[in-house]
Write a protein that binds this ligand. Structure first.
Ligand code: PHE
Length: 454
């Protein structure tokens, strides 16, 4: 339920605050991106770095974004401006807008794949008999015009929901659907634990080979932790601007992080036993999950029904995430540029559509067109997740740690002194020192990697 204060909507239940931020966090990042990143970066070695970054860097930065958003009830630009008038911090908002539009572009392509799988499963045309190789379902749906069409359709759905506004669209959908997706994932986990490749799959995911940890693994794990928590681009800040005065920020941050990484681990438990049971390679990259899942559904009784339901929920989980990333540019256009919400939504969607088409064509006519060895799809993913989000998170952490008034910050975590928050000093220490230094060092690494590529 939402109520209007001044002219901004406010989520007025604690459940709604958690459900919407979890709705933003949980999406393709957990179910599609996490398994493929873990698969290409050594499984357990990646998982352990990812967990460490979620807890040590992700949670503090999430707290920082929440506190800025709720303290100012504003978008990323307004938040920086209100908290440090006359300074130029708000420019990091542009980074957030660019990152959100880049993510929206490639994300819509993958979300388009889920639509194709869902419809093909429902109509019985998902060909389970040949999930691998040149004639696989995946190849069939990522070549030609269909993926482009689904990307466009997905973006239309996203625009349609956004035009409905915050209160109606986002909240209602995520309150009901996220728990349902969670239950379905648990059911698929149980199924994967009965597969013959269970032990191999679980040991790939949970037994880290520490010798595999290198700068590439570290950077990817950092990127994944920020991507998955929707951090570093002002998205959580914008959502927190809708939190009520009673929402406990620290608790909401921890709950969001735990649920989000929980879903990623569930996805890993579903995918890796299947990868080893069916003799596939964990390193197939962005196509991994879409190649493996048909094998899983194939051996289930009523596979087509499970498959339809799963892809339907995954599609909805993607929409709750794309809605949140679209909010960044929309609130910028409405609150900074004084556009109507309708116009702002249409402008953002048009930009995302152009980017989405470039990414969709990366699997077809633009396959050969690479920059630094990456197609548009891979480039947009790499630049946004591994570079823009960590930098955005670092700026936010430096700002809250060093610049934001500490009394104001404390008031946010104690809800004006009404609640206790024993971790305040620890949080400030992390925001001042640990997060910026760690991200900066990892980021230097990424420049090293980039210059090797060039
Ligand atoms: N966190 C979302 C996911 O895991 C993706 C996302 C990134 C959403 C950035 C908003 C902002 O799918």
């Amino acid at each position: 339920m939402t109520k209007k204060t001044e002219n901004r909507a406010v989520f007025n239940s604690k459940f709604a605050a958690i459900a919407t931020t979890v709705g933003s966090a949980v999406g393709l990042g957990n179910i599609w991106r996490f398994p493929y990143e873990a698969g290409t970066h050594g499984g357990g070695a990646f998982l352990i770095c990812y967990f460490a970054f979620v807890l040590l860097l992700g949670v503090p930065v999430l707290c920082a974004e929440y506190s800025m958003g709720r303290a100012t009830r504003s978008n990323i630009f307004g938040a920086y401006r209100q908290l440090a008038p006359g300074q130029k911090w708000q420019f990091s908002g542009y980074l957030g807008i660019i990152a959100s539009l880049l993510i929206l572009s490639f994300y819509s392509v993958v979300a388009g794949w889920t639509v194709e799988y869902c419809i093909s499963s429902a109509t019985g045309s998902l060909d389970f008999s040949n999930p691998e190789g040149e004639h696989s379902q995946f190849m069939a749906l990522t070549t030609g015009w269909r993926p482009v069409m689904w990307t466009v359709i997905f973006l239309f759905c996203n625009t349609f929901i956004l035009l409905g506004g915050v209160s109606k669209g986002i909240e209602r959908a995520s309150n009901i659907l996220m728990p349902l997706l969670f239950l379905l994932l648990i059911a698929f986990c149980i199924n994967s634990l009965t597969l013959p490749g269970r032990n191999e799959g679980l040991s790939f995911l949970f037994h880290p080979d520490f010798s595999q940890i290198n700068s590439k693994v570290l950077l990817s794990a950092l990127g994944q932790s920020f991507f998955s928590l929707s951090l570093g681009l002002g998205c959580m800040m914008t959502y927190a601007s809708y939190f009520s005065a009673d929402t406990r920020l620290g608790k909401t941050a921890i709950t969001t992080a735990l649920l989000d990484s929980g879903v990623a681990v569930l996805a890993g438990i579903i995918i890796f036993p299947a990868v080893f049971s069916f003799g596939l390679s964990p390193e197939s990259g962005p196509t991994l999950v879409f190649e493996v899942l048909p094998f899983i559904f194939m051996q289930l009784p009523g596979g087509a029904i499970w498959s339809t339901l799963f892809f339907l929920l995954l599609f909805l989980a993607s929409i709750t995430s794309t809605v949140s990333m679209s909010e960044i540019s929309i609130t910028y256009f409405t609150e900074e540029k004084k556009m109507s919400r309708r116009k702002a939504t249409l402008v953002s969607s048009a930009i995302a559509m152009a980017g989405g088409l470039l990414c969709a064509f990366s699997f077809g006519p633009l396959k050969e067109l690479t920059i630094c060895g990456m197609t548009f799809f891979n480039l947009f993913d790499y630049v946004s997740s591994n570079i823009a989000l960590p930098i955005g998170g670092m700026i936010c952490s430096v700002f809250v740690g060093w610049v934001m008034d500490k009394r104001l910050l404390q008031a946010q975590f104690t809800n004006e002194g009404r609640q206790r928050f024993p971790f305040f000093r620890l949080l400030v220490f992390f925001l001042k020192w640990i997060c910026p230094t760690a991200i900066f060092l990892l980021f230097l690494d990424s420049i090293g990697i980039l210059s090797l590529l060039l």
